[in-house]
Design a protein around this ligand. Structure first.
Ligand code: PBG
Length: 340
């Protein structure tokens, strides 16, 4: 440290010789010395596609977000490409839900159809990702299948995920987002993909996924009927070391990319994982984070666009290279002429 050792009062006339403000004086200067910047290519757009609707359905708790029809989803994918967004993460909302989430493994299920649509529309111009989890498809709303006592059965769920992985890859997904927090899900999905000849399909592990109050609006977005909570499989908020254990497991099982979720309340976890992982690290700015900021902006209590970009910047500063955000397309456009 050199400047820190300097006597701050040692300048001419007893005023500071060292002045950090010099580097903050103009937009050009601030742009030049910025340590981190968000680029449209960092952004991934999560999107919902619902079966059996002819018009998009707004998600009340997420102003600006809709459940897409197959048609409007294709358009959203094209817009994302035009804005420079690099990926899309698809969630399917089926008409029929049941105990084992049958629609999640039906080759003609809504997510699989949407994957084929988007792949046909934008090809390889977007990284097309799909949610590898059962909660959108089960009538009880859990991320897995239940045993006789009504508990989420880890290993029976792995078998369902293996089948889901195959049908999603068959439908054209480039990347599968394993979000269910079952032990062994990455290894199991990897084996299923390889056995089916999908060696090139990547696995994005939701490595540190915490049980969170901020998932609320997502449950509306996927029409979830979850009664209880996910505390027996998602991580407990007080635990940080546990995230490193999950990281070691996911990497050993073959995860190609890892994620921390939610975003803002877990920046410390993001930093720790980013320092240790030797694969790309992503963060998911989730539905409740979106809802919170939109609500405050609507009341005029925060400056909307500035606040959005500030949150995205915080993820880059904490070490993420990919950011899943419902603002992806809009933010990418804002970033084209971000002056600061
Ligand atoms: C699980 C899944 C969830 C989200 C992404 N994948 C819901 C959950 O774990 O309860 C939440 C995303 C968000 O809140 O924006 N399929």
């Amino acid at each position: 440290m050199n400047t820190a050792d300097t006597d701050p009062g040692s300048g001419y006339g007893g005023f500071p010789a060292v002045r950090p403000r010099r580097l903050r004086g103009t937009p050009a200067m601030r742009r030049m010395v910025a340590e981190h910047r968000v680029h449209p290519a960092d952004l991934i757009l999560p999107a919902f596609v619902r079966e059996g609707i002819s018009e998009p359905v707004p998600v009340a708790a997420m102003p600006g977000v809709v459940q897409h029809t197959r048609d409007t989803l294709r358009k959203a994918a094209v817009e994302a490409v035009a804005a420079g967004v690099s990926g899309i993460m698809l969630f399917g909302v089926p008409e029929e839900k049941d105990a084992i989430g049958s629609q999640g493994t039906d080759p003609d299920g809504i997510l699989q159809r949407a994957l084929r649509d988007v792949r046909a529309e934008v090809g390889d111009e977007l990284v097309i990702m799909s949610d590898l989890c059962l909660d959108e498809y089960t009538d009880h709303g859990h991320c897995g299948v239940l045993d006789a006592q009504g508990r989420v059965d880890n290993d029976a769920t792995l078998l369902r995920y293996a089948e889901m992985a195959r049908v999603q890859a068959d439908a054209g997904a480039h990347v599968l987002g394993a979000s269910g927090m079952m032990d062994g899900q990455i290894g199991h999905a990897r084996a299923a993909l390889d056995e089916a000849g999908h060696q090139d399909v990547s696995l994005f592990a939701y490595t540190a996924k915490y049980t969170s109050a901020f998932y609320g609006p997502f449950r509306e977005a996927v029409g979830s009927s979850l009664k209880g909570d996910r505390k027996t499989y998602q991580q407990d908020p007080p635990n940080a070391r546990e995230a490193l254990r999950e990281l070691a497991l996911d990497l050993a099982e073959g995860a190609d990319m890892v994620m921390v979720k939610p975003g803002l309340p877990y920046l410390d976890i993001l930093r720790e994982i980013a320092e240790r992982a030797d694969v790309p690290v992503g963060v998911y700015q989730i539905s409740g984070e979106y809802a919170m900021l939109e609500a405050a902006a609507e009341k005029g209590w925060v400056e909307r666009e500035r606040a959005i970009l500030e949150t995205l910047t915080s993820f880059k500063r904490a070490g993420a290279s990919m950011i899943l955000t419902y603002w992806a397309t809009e933010a990418a456009a804002l970033l084209q002429h971000d002056s600061r």
